[in-house]
Design a protein around this ligand. Structure first.
Ligand SMILES: [Zn+2]
Length: 165
């Protein structure tokens, strides 16, 4: 899923871990659970609008992808205190999409990327999805499915407000 969803989940996990556990387990469990959350959250991305390849010629795709990215970065500011949860909930994306893909692009002589071939961590995501969520519909090319991720984010955001007040 998108940055904003992983950020909200990371914050959620850190708040709960620090609420229920003492040092050093609060830190340790935040790191472990936030990292593992990425695999579960991403496995569900099949019911959201999430094209594997970029569609720069499609205004809706551009608008959606820029919006969720910007909202994700903005969300980090008020939740910066929960940086541990945020970093580890996003670590597989930072590694696979930022570091590995950049290296691949440099290595490929034609500069092209095979968007349907997932990288290291996301191969596990694919396996989890295939084995456990095969019964869910695949809406990765259905634009209306942005509503699914928007709903998830709204629920997470409301949950965070309740946890923080
Ligand atoms: Zn991911």
């Amino acid at each position: 899923m998108n940055l904003i969803t992983h950020v909200l989940i990371g914050v959620f996990i850190q708040i709960l871990c620090f609420m229920f556990f003492t040092f050093p387990f609060n830190f340790l469990l935040t790191v472990i659970i936030a990292f593992l959350s990425h695999f579960i959250v991403d496995a569900f991305s099949k019911i959201t609008y999430h094209t594997p390849e970029p569609h720069w010629d499609d205004k809706f795709w551009v608008f959606w992808n820029i919006s969720v990215r910007v909202v994700g970065y903005i969300a980090i500011i008020p939740f910066f205190f929960y940086y541990l949860g945020i970093i580890f909930a996003n670590l597989p994306d930072i590694w696979d999409w930022t570091i590995v893909r950049r290296i691949q692009r440099r290595r490929n002589t034609n500069g092209k990327i095979d968007y349907h071939h997932n990288n290291f961590f996301h191969r596990f995501v694919d396996k989890i999805r295939e084995k456990t969520l095969f019964w869910l519909p695949t809406w990765i090319y259905v634009k209306k499915a942005v509503l699914v991720e928007i709903m998830i984010d709204i629920v997470l955001f409301i949950g965070l407000i309740f946890l923080m007040v």
